[in-house]
Write a protein that binds this ligand. Structure first.
Ligand code: C5P
Length: 469
């Protein structure tokens, strides 16, 4: 009956039916039976054992894999071998697990997969050492440095020989030589090439240089009748090696959600004027970036700053304190909230709708009202309060005493106190001297760059979260 009915359906309906069946993991006939039973008010009948039918044309959609590599920055070098087609699948598998994948195609690699195909799957793709555009955009040094791990798949005999000899005559080899991140090779070549003395020497040299390998496996080769060791490891084996190398210890905030505020707020006086402050946002942005590097899912709520968005972070841009509070509340729940923004304490009670004019009455006076305290509001929440709420105390006098007082008043768990008197050069500067004030006491950190402060803070947060509730 079902197949008879299907034949009578028009093409558009058939297409919708097939889509619905695929979504529900049923065969087309099963789906149709389900619809008819639903229409008859007996959906349970649809689940009754069905007479034997053709095997389902469309398989069950596989469940999405766990995000085991959140924000991991992986640079995938695709060398020139027939196994390169598997590297396209590898990109997809890595991205499904939350990784950010940039690709470098060697010239030989481009013979096997196109830049278009790799670019459609990866976050970015690069091919040429001497392409001015990509050198200006990223540059081979940044490409090398901005990776948590470099994977070479397929790693051909030629590419490995160049790496072992320290060559750097194309983008892939230049990046590999400039890299200070770990490197994983997935060799793929004909078994004779793999067993040759030269390849053996190169593999031994690369292993001695600290480079890791996955595969090659034994099996059939692309060349008819050839078999032996030389097949590239399967994409999921390479993924497992990547997961093992990016050990949890290096991604201590994996699966944690971190909320950061950063920058100043601008409080309008009229459509063209505002009250602001000298916060550059560098400390808050550095914290968001360090949290993302540690594997966290990061939302950065930023006031107006002249900084690039940190990689791997969701940025919400706001102007005023009230907008910042709304964005922060919308971003909850979070495991950790770090309030590094320099929020204006007051705003003009009624900002002019039109630009205020210089008049005969002399300069205007403004009634001011207090802005919401975002840190205190979140710290005092009953529902959705992050486990760890951290504030900054920018002080010009009595730094530690004021910070202790602030810790109590605001209800937060930690305060990072710093001296922002003009001689300390913190606002807009590169360095920061922090005192971490908690209910347990005060810990004074040495003067560090803002990036170092961010890394120290993230390590302390990871310790705290790892130590249990
Ligand atoms: O009160 P004070 O501005 O010194 O407190 C600083 C801390 O409070 C910082 O963490 C800052 O981000 C936060 N704060 C806030 N909302 C305000 C004022 C300050 O979140 N309106």
């Amino acid at each position: 009956m079902a197949s008879l009915t299907i034949r009578k359906l028009d093409e558009a309906l058939k297409k919708r039916l097939r889509l619905r069946a695929a979504r529900n993991g049923r065969s087309v006939e099963e789906e149709l039976r389900h619809i008819l039973a639903e229409a008859a008010g007996r959906p349970e009948a649809a689940d009754a054992p069905s007479p034997p039918i053709q095997p389902a044309a469309i398989a069950h959609p596989a469940p999405a894999p766990a995000r085991t590599l959140p924000n991991a920055r992986i640079l995938l070098v695709i060398g020139g071998g027939i196994a390169a087609y598997k590297s396209l699948d590898l990109i997809r598998r890595l991205r499904e697990r939350g990784a950010d994948v940039r690709c470098v195609l060697t010239r030989a690699g481009e013979e096997f997969v196109t830049k278009l195909a790799a670019g459609a799957l990866a976050n970015a793709v690069f091919t040429d050492l001497f392409d001015p555009q990509s050198e200006f955009d990223v540059g081979h040094i940044r490409l090398a440095r901005e990776a948590d791990l470099i994977v070479v798949a397929p790693a051909t005999a030629d590419l490995m020989a160049k790496m072992a000899g320290g060559h750097a005559d194309d983008l892939a080899t230049a990046v590999l030589l400039a890299a200070d991140s770990p490197i994983l090779l997935a060799p793929a070549m004909n078994p004779h090439m793999w067993s040759r003395a030269a390849t053996r020497r190169n593999v031994a040299q690369l292993a001695a240089d600290g480079i890791a390998f996955v595969g090659p496996n034994a099996g059939e080769m692309a060349e008819r009748g050839e078999a032996g060791v030389g097949r590239m490891a399967e994409p999921l084996e390479i993924v497992a090696a990547v997961e093992a190398m990016l050990a949890p210890a290096e991604r201590p905030l994996a699966r944690k959600r971190v909320l950061v505020t950063s920058g100043p707020t601008h409080e309008a006086i009229d459509p063209v004027r505002f009250i602001g402050n000298r916060s550059s946002g560098r400390q808050g942005h550095a914290i968001a970036e360090a949290a993302a590097r540690a594997g966290a899912d990061v939302v950065l709520v930023s006031g107006p700053v002249a900084l690039a968005d940190p990689p791997g972070v969701s940025v919400v841009k706001v102007e005023s304190a009230r907008e910042m509070l709304n964005a922060v509340e919308a971003a909850l729940p979070a495991d950790v909230a770090i309030f590094a923004a320099a929020v204006a304490d007051w705003r003009v009670a009624e900002a002019g709708r039109q630009k205020l004019k210089k008049g005969e009455g002399g300069p205007p006076t403004f009634a001011m009202v207090e802005n919401p305290d975002i840190l205190a509001t979140v710290a005092h929440r009953k529902a959705k309060r992050p486990k760890l709420v951290i504030g900054f105390a920018a002080e010009t006098t009595n730094v530690i005493a004021n910070a202790k007082d602030k810790l109590k008043r605001k209800g937060c768990d930690w305060i990072l106190a710093n001296d922002v008197s003009p001689q300390a050069g913190v606002f807009g500067g590169d360095e920061n001297t922090i005192h971490l004030v908690t209910s347990g006491g005060v810990e004074s950190w040495p003067t560090q760059t803002k990036d170092e402060v961010a890394s120290t803070l993230i390590a302390r947060i990871a310790d705290k979260l790892g130590a249990g509730p």
